[in-house]
Design a protein around this ligand. Structure first.
Ligand code: PBG
Length: 338
C-alpha cells in the first residue's frame, strides 16, 4: 500500500490469474480433458436369474444376471462408452482349491460374454484372466504342494486355457490380472496357436498388493469375512516400488501385451506417469473399488462433495498419463459428459 492506501503492484508482469478469470478462458487453457471415450466400465455378472444384487460396500454397483447384464451393456454402449470389463461372481459351491469352475462350460462368464457380444457387437468386452473368483481360498492361482504359495507355472497353464475360452466366447481383450511371471508371453502364444491372433491382451502389468481391493472382493465373493485380508504379496507388487513397475511393464511389453495397466490408480499417479513415459504402448489405469467406495463413504458422511471429488479423481488419473480408465463411475460420468 502507498500513503493514499492504493495497491502498488501495478507493474506486475506475470499474473497467472488472468487465465483463470472465468469459465471461457479456463476452458481454453485446460490441459487435460476426460471424455466418454476414455472410460471402461467394470461390471459383475452372477449365476442364476432374478433381480440385480446390490454390492453393499459399493453403492450403485450390482451383480447382474446375464440378461440384466445385457440390458446394462446396451445402455452403456448407447452412452458411447467403448468397453466393459466383466467379472464373474461364482456360487460358493462351485469353488474349489484349483478353481476348476473357471474352465467349466457352465462358467457364467462365457455365457455373459457371448450374450453381450451378440447384443452389442460394437462394445469391446474385456475379461479377467485369473482364478480368484473360482478358488475357495481366494488366490489368483493354484497353490503349491505345501499350500503356502501360488504355483507360478502350473497356474499359467490354466490361465492359458481360460484365456482361450474367453476368446472363444467372444472377448475382444483378455486381461491377465494374476501377476504370475511370464504369463503374457504364454497367453499370447496360446491364443495365437488356437487361432485367436486378433484377441488383444490388456495386461495388469503393474498391480500392487493394495488395501484398496476390499469392496471388489465382496462383489466377487473372494473376501473371507472375519479373517485378516488375504495376503497376495507373493505375486502382487510392493506399494513402495516404482523401478520394479518399470521392470514389469517392460517385460509385458516384450512378451506381447497390447495395453499396459497400472492398478490401483489414485495412489499410484507417479507410477502411471513413469510407465507412460517408458512405454510406447497405450496405458490404462484401474480406479479400483476402494477408491470408488472411499469417495462414496465420505460423501455420505457429508465430508466431501460427491461429484467434485469424483471428477477430480478421474481427471488426476488422466493428467498422470493414463490413456484410458477403468472406473465404476464410468456410466454416471458418461451421462454427465453427454
Ligand atoms: C483379481 C482382481 C482384483 C481386482 C480385479 N481383479 C482383486 C484382487 O487382486 O484381489 C480388484 C479390482 C477392484 O478392487 O476394483 N484378479
Amino acid at each position: 500500500m502507498n500513503k493514499k492506501g492504493k495497491a502498488v503492484m501495478k507493474d506486475l508482469m506475470r499474473r497467472p490469474r488472468r487465465n483463470r478469470a472465468g469459465t471461457a478462458i479456463r476452458a481454453l487453457v485446460r490441459e487435460t480433458r476426460l471424455g466418454v471415450e476414455d472410460l471402461i466400465y467394470p461390471l459383475f455378472v452372477r449365476e442364476g436369474k432374478g433381480a440385480p444384487e446390490a454390492v453393499e460396500s459399493m453403492p450403485g454397483v450390482f451383480r447382474y444376471s446375464v440378461s440384466d447384464l445385457v440390458k446394462e451393456c446396451k445402455e452403456v454402449a448407447a452412452l458411447g462408452i467403448p468397453a466393459v470389463a466383466i467379472f464373474p461372481c461364482i456360487k460358493t459351491e462351485h469353488k474349489d482349491a484349483k478353481g476348476s469352475y473357471a474352465l467349466s462350460k457352465k462358467n457364467v462368464l462365457f455365457h455373459a460374454v457371448k450374450e453381450v457380444k451378440a447384443a452389442c457387437p460394437e462394445l469391446l468386452v474385456i475379461t479377467d484372466v485369473a482364478l480368484d473368483p473360482y478358488t475357495d481360498h481366494g488366490h489368483d492361482g493354484i497353490l503349491d504342494a505345501k499350500g503356502n504359495d501360488v504355483a507360478n507355472d502350473a497356474t499359467i497353464a490354466i490361465l492359458q486355457e481360460l484365456a482361450i475360452r474367453e476368446a472363444k466366447a467372444g472377448a475382444d481383450l483378455v486381461a491377465p490380472s494374476d501377476m504370475m511371471d511370464g504369463r503374457i508371453g504364454a497367453i499370447r502364444s496360446a491364443l495365437d496357436a488356437a487361432g485367436f491372433e486378433k484377441t488383444g491382451i490388456l495386461s495388469y502389468a503393474v498391480k500392487f498388493a493394495s488395501a484398496m481391493y476390499g469392496p471388489f472382493r465382496d462383489a466377487v465373493g473372494s473376501r473371507k469375512s472375519g479373517k485378516p485380508p488375504i495376503d497376495k504379496r507373493g505375486y502382487q507388487m510392493d506399494p513402495a516400488n516404482v523401478r520394479e513397475a518399470l521392470l514389469e511393464a517392460g517385460l509385458d511389453e516384450d512378451e506381447g501385451a497390447d495395453i499396459l495397466m497400472v492398478k490401483p490408480a489414485g495412489h499410484y499417479l507417479d507410477v502411471i506417469r513413469a510407465v507412460s513415459e517408458q512405454t510406447t504402448l497405450p496405458v490404462a489405469a484401474y480406479q479400483v473399488s476402494g477408491e470408488y467406495s472411499q469417495i462414496h463413504a465420505a460423501a455420505k458422511l457429508g465430508w466431501l462433495s460427491y461429484e467434485a471429488a469424483r471428477d477430480e479423481s478421474l481427471l488426476a488419473i488422466k493428467r498422470a498419463g493414463a490413456d484410458m480408465i477403468l472406473t465404476y463411475f464410468a456410466k454416471e460420468v458418461a451421462k454427465g459428459l453427454k
